[in-house]
Design a protein around this ligand. Structure first.
Ligand SMILES: Nc1ncnc2c1ncn2[C@@H]1O[C@H](COP(=O)(O)OP(=O)(O)OP(=O)(O)O)[C@@H](O)[C@H]1O
Length: 262
């Protein structure tokens, strides 16, 4: 369903005169099947979010080929592309307008895309993400972190896209609500037959949600494997990453253990 071939992107002045040019993506290749959940993992700065941003149309100066359902993706963000591909960001506070109610935030894309039965669609979408009608009147600051992310997911899904790009969708959330949002995302994918590309630092999230993953290092994909193979060690860099994530999780858990012992 999604084919990315030789994707390259850099920032800065590429003329060579001013210097400061940084090549961020080098020949990134991967494919994602319809209905698949594909994880992108790797060290900080390896280019994961940049890949998502190219797919979402937030960057237009990439080179290479991106095709969705066999159709080459242009560099302009068209109405059809918005209907097909939507993105959910790490921080729902940043992606929701602070002075728009939940109802207004969900109605806006429907109005722009002139969709019929807008109020009915908002009610259905709220129910799908587990929020009742009373949430329509609330502002983002009147929601918990988990509820805000539910609204952000609802806003991304309200145009009925087929592809959801998820950039660290749970990392800004309290540990207690992370599982709730992951379960919601898994449930929505199963029910709606959605295709996910998910960027995360957390291999636990990949295991929970993804069928396959690609490991990025310095702007390149260095390994692609089924999630089921993660436990088997994989190739050297993936093994190192798995170990690093394990020790990262352990160090995150330590303060809680200390707290519990008080
Ligand atoms: N708009 C930009 N202008 C200049 N450089 C950028 C820009 N966006 C990203 N970069 C650089 O591109 C590289 C890749 O960034 P990217 O955000 O894709 O990494 P990442 O793997 O998602 O990292 P993290 O896991 O920390 O979010 C980094 O070196 C970053 O500094």
């Amino acid at each position: 369903m999604i084919t990315v071939k030789s994707l390259q992107l850099g920032f800065g002045n590429s003329s060579g005169s001013g210097g400061g040019y940084q090549q961020v993506l080098h020949d990134v290749d991967f494919t994602v099947a319809e209905g698949e959940a594909f994880g992108l993992v790797g060290e900080s700065g390896s280019g994961k979010s940049t890949v998502l941003r190219c797919l979402a149309g937030l960057y237009s100066h990439w080179r290479g080929d991106i095709a969705i359902r066999g159709e080459a993706l242009g560099r302009r963000l068209t109405r059809e592309r918005c209907r097909l591909v939507q993105m959910v960001f790490q921080d729902p506070y940043g992606s929701l307008h602070p002075r728009h109610t939940v109802g207004a935030a969900l109605l806006e894309p429907l109005t722009i895309h002139r969709m019929d039965r807008p109020h009915e669609r908002v009610a259905q979408m709220l129910a799908k993400v587990g929020l009742n009608e009373s949430f329509r009147q609330r502002y983002p600051h009147q929601l918990s972190g988990g509820q805000r992310q539910r609204v952000a997911i609802a806003r991304a899904l309200i145009l009925e896209p087929r592809i959801l790009l998820l950039d660290e969708p749970t990392s800004a959330l309290d540990v207690s609500v992370q599982a709730e949002i992951l379960n919601l995302l898994a449930e929505l994918r199963a029910r709606e037959g959605l295709t996910y590309i998910l960027v995360t630092h957390d291999l636990g999230v990949v295991v929970h949600l993804c069928d396959r993953l690609a490991v990025m290092q310095q702007g390149r994909i260095v390994d692609t494997l089924p999630t089921s193979e993660l436990g088997n060690g994989g190739v050297a860099y993936t093994r190192t990453l798995v170990e690093a994530t394990r020790s990262y999780s352990r160090s995150r858990e330590r303060p809680k253990e200390v707290e519990a012992g008080r």
